[in-house]
Design a protein around this ligand. Structure first.
Ligand SMILES: [Zn+2]
Length: 84
């Protein structure tokens, strides 16, 4: 797990959004997998991500299409935004 810097986070978020768009455009069925740290408060009643999860895009057979690290805390809306 890499330490998130603001610049690195922006770059990683763009890379993640681009990966989502690319695979959506090609009509693939894909499964985004957000790999949180065990201490992340997403697992508590707050359900808010406070870690720096790896974002992995997998196809239906479980193959990794894209992996983005260091994009900062996960926001569920980032998946919605990529689908517009
Ligand atoms: Zn998290």
């Amino acid at each position: 797990m890499t330490r998130a810097t603001p610049q690195g986070m922006r770059r990683a978020r763009r890379a993640w959004a681009a990966a989502l768009r690319k695979h959506i455009k090609r009509g693939h069925v894909y499964i985004p997998e957000i790999q949180h740290d065990y201490w992340c408060t997403i697992y508590t009643n707050e359900r808010v991500c406070t870690c720096n999860p790896d974002r992995v895009l997998k196809d239906i057979e479980g193959r990794t299409l894209a992996r983005v690290e260091g994009a900062g805390p996960y926001n569920p809306l980032e998946l919605v935004g990529a689908m517009k």
